[in-house]
Design a protein around this ligand. Structure first.
Ligand code: ADE
Ligand code: ZN
Length: 356
């Protein structure tokens, strides 16, 4: 089944106020900026890495799976050295998100990918934080940083990273903790100590984890049980288990779904194969996100459009999806109220349009 992206539908989805909850800042490194920074910082890539922008674009369209993508992603981030590099990367994303009417973003970064190259984590966080503040001033968007732990590294390394970066959580500069990288076979329970450390110290911090992307539904339930997360990144394999589906609805766990990413990493052949309709019918809150847009060929609006093409949600249903995204965000109640009003205005403006 395919629905038309009429000019009215496109206009509606463009204007609909959006929140993004699943975006890796290092995954916004477009090939243009990658080669510019490589030159600026005198970085050489391994022999097997694409040599220019064009070959990058070709190679990025052919990832075999998550690991194949990650191998490129970790080499890509090696061009990020100075505070200015981290700033340039993040502000470019915030500008693009603003153009897509994404009013609130909660964005990931991977400190261990930089620490292991000898980069001072202060440069990483300060560059990203300065971009968050400037984006607020320039574009009026609100933005929060979520630090992710790399699950392919030893749990002890993750705990050391959490301890090293604890002052940023204390000061509210970093707002959340997440878990990413190679999901299988790096089970969530290996990282309990890192999560507990921050949960005991800073109850205001938000907790999430990638789960059920390539891993099966047990990765999702174990993240809820052992990491006490209130959000799940991806979570698409949750549909394999009815009990888990009921739990997600009952506990209002937001799934941050990344449709184009799932296609590019060959988790599904096309967006229509994702269980997005099931999640909607079962009242499981979800948001639509871009994950690593520079690698997967689309930012947040592109993901909304592709979901519409396959599922043809009504204007009212899209309003509900947008409001669930706001409710599942980690911004304060005043900001949530403001965003919800903006969504209701747009839903009203476009309520007449026909979905065909
Ligand atoms: N790091 C960046 N993107 C990721 C993804 N989609 N899954 C796991 N780790 C990631
Ligand atoms: Zn991700």
């Amino acid at each position: 089944m395919s629905y038309q992206l009429t000019s009215e539908v496109k206009q509606f989805l463009q204007e609909l106020p959006k929140c993004e909850h699943h975006l890796h800042l290092e995954g916004t490194l477009e090939p243009e900026l990658l080669f510019k920074l490589a030159k600026r910082n005198n970085i050489e890539f391994p022999q097997w890495f694409p040599k220019d922008i064009e070959s990058c674009n070709v190679r990025y369209s052919q990832f075999k799976d998550l690991q194949d993508f990650l191998d490129h992603y970790y080499i890509g981030m090696s061009v990020l050295i100075t505070e200015e590099d981290f700033y340039d990367l993040a502000i470019a994303y915030f500008e693009k998100a603003h153009k897509d009417n994404c009013h609130h973003s909660e964005v990931f970064f991977d400190p261990q990918g930089h620490l292991e190259r000898g980069i001072d984590v202060k440069h990483v966080v300060e560059g990203f934080n300065r971009a968050c503040k400037d984006a607020n001033t320039k574009f009026g968007t609100t933005n929060k940083l979520i630090m992710c732990l790399l699950r392919h590294l030893p749990p002890k390394d993750c705990l050391d990273t959490v301890k090293l970066t604890a002052p940023f959580f204390e000061q509210g500069i970093v707002h959340g903790l997440g878990l990413d990288s190679s999901e299988v076979p790096n089970h969530p329970e290996l990282f309990t100590e890192s999560y507990e450390y921050l949960q005991n110290k800073y109850p205001h911090v938000g907790f999430t984890a990638h789960a059920g992307e390539e891993g099966d539904h047990t990765y999702v339930s174990k993240s809820l049980d052992h990491l006490n997360v209130t959000r799940i990144d991806h979570g698409i394999n949750s549909h394999q288990n009815d009990e888990l589906m009921e739990r997600l609805a009952k506990e209002e766990i937001l799934l941050s779904i990344c449709p184009l990413s799932n296609v590019k990493l060959q988790v599904v052949e096309h967006v229509g194969q994702l269980p997005i309709d099931k999640f909607f019918e079962k009242n499981i809150p979800f948001s639509i996100n871009s994950d690593d847009p520079a690698y997967f060929g689309g930012y947040i609006l592109d993901n909304y459009l592709e979901v519409h093409r396959h599922f043809g949600f009504s204007v009212e249903d899209w309003g509900k999806i947008a409001i669930n995204g706001i409710k599942g965000s980690w911004c304060d109640d005043a900001r949530k109220d403001h965003l919800q009003k903006q969504v209701l205005d747009i839903v009203k403006k476009f309520q007449h349009i026909e979905i065909v």
